[in-house]
Design a protein around this ligand. Structure first.
Ligand code: C5P
Length: 308
């Protein structure tokens, strides 16, 4: 009998705090970051198929790679290898329905890889636990383990070592997507270049964790910080105007999401977020505006709300 197709829903991530250390010998940077999963999601369906492949629709579908460069497809081959299947002929078709901007700094590719691991674990009846999945996830990319876990978490190492963080409150965000994505390695490279002449760095993470525990968005707004922001703005100067426009529209604070160019604006409540989103849409400083909440859970099988 052909197994039933499996659908997984997976959230975008935002870095509330992203402190980038020096470049390591493997080319990665040591990070201290606070991730939050947002209600901006991709949906991935995987089915058994004689003709393997990947198709994409939704947000940014036309610029998403559909070949071996797609991180979801790399997740298929990596998991096939891990469980002793033929990575050249995994016998599955992956369908991505994108709501997370492509190359936007919101971990969209990582989310798709995480969702693929979870879906295949079920389709192939592998019965891998969360820990083993997280280990394979870490090999695929720095943000993939967080997309599995969701919620709010402190990330260290490349960002793949996670500890859950207590977050008492639902935060309301406005997300401003840019015309064109930025490549993560380019943004890290630009930061290394800027650091030859500037020593600006975000503060310590502890106050951010305390603000999250208190649940007051005003307190958190004062502490949002991202070391990659200056590099993203340097590569895409229009972001300076986007960030200003969100605050002028009434947001508590704005930040570049991860390596950008997506910007996220923290608002006092849902009503304020809807107002800020409407005003920002008309300001001509971004392509699309969305309202989102966080934290939300990580990758989940659709129709399986009891999954942990
Ligand atoms: O791990 P991931 O594939 O998402 O990383 C993409 C790129 O981002 C890396 O190749 C590297 O250039 C940069 N990066 C980094 N330090 C990190 C995470 C990512 O330099 N901690």
């Amino acid at each position: 009998m052909v197994p039933t197709p499996i659908t997984v829903r997976v959230p975008a991530k935002l870095n509330l705090h992203l402190s980038v250390g020096d470049s390591r010998s493997d080319g990665y940077h040591e990070l201290v970051t606070v991730f939050q999963a947002l209600s901006l999601v991709d949906e991935i369906t995987i089915r058994t198929a004689e003709e393997p492949g990947l198709d994409v629709r939704g947000e940014g579908a036309e610029v998403t790679p559909t070949g071996v460069d797609n991180l979801a497809w790399r997740a298929v081959t990596e998991l096939a290898r891990h469980c002793g299947r033929d990575p050249e002929n995994p016998g599955v078709r992956v369908s991505l329905n994108k709501g997370i901007p492509v190359a936007g700094g919101m971990g969209g590719g990582s989310a798709d890889a995480a969702a693929t691991l979870l879906a295949l674990n079920s389709l192939w009846r592998l019965e891998m636990g969360r820990e083993e999945l997280a280990e394979v996830a870490g090999r695929l990319g720095s943000d993939v383990p967080f997309a599995l876990q969701g919620g709010t978490a402190l990330g260290t190492g490349r960002g793949e070592r996670l500890v859950p963080v207590l977050a008492r409150h639902t935060y309301h965000w406005v997300i401003a997507m840019n015309e064109e994505g930025l490549r993560t390695p380019d943004v890290y490279g630009e930061l290394d270049r800027l650091r030859q002449t500037s020593s600006n760095r975000v503060g310590d993470v502890e106050p951010v964790l305390e603000a999250l525990a208190s649940g007051d968005p005003r307190e958190l707004a004062l502490l949002l910080g991202n070391d990659l922001q200056a590099a993203a703005v340097s590569l895409r100067p229009v972001l300076r105007r986007t960030l200003r426009a969100g605050v002028d529209a009434g947001a508590l604070a704005g930040i570049v999401s991860g390596s950008g160019p997506t910007c996220a604006f923290l608002c006092t409540d849902e009503e304020a977020a809807v107002r800020v989103a409407a005003e920002l849409s008309g300001a001509g400083v971004c392509r699309t505006v969305r309202v989102a909440q966080g934290p939300v859970p990580g990758a989940r099988l659709v129709g399986d709300d009891k999954a942990d």
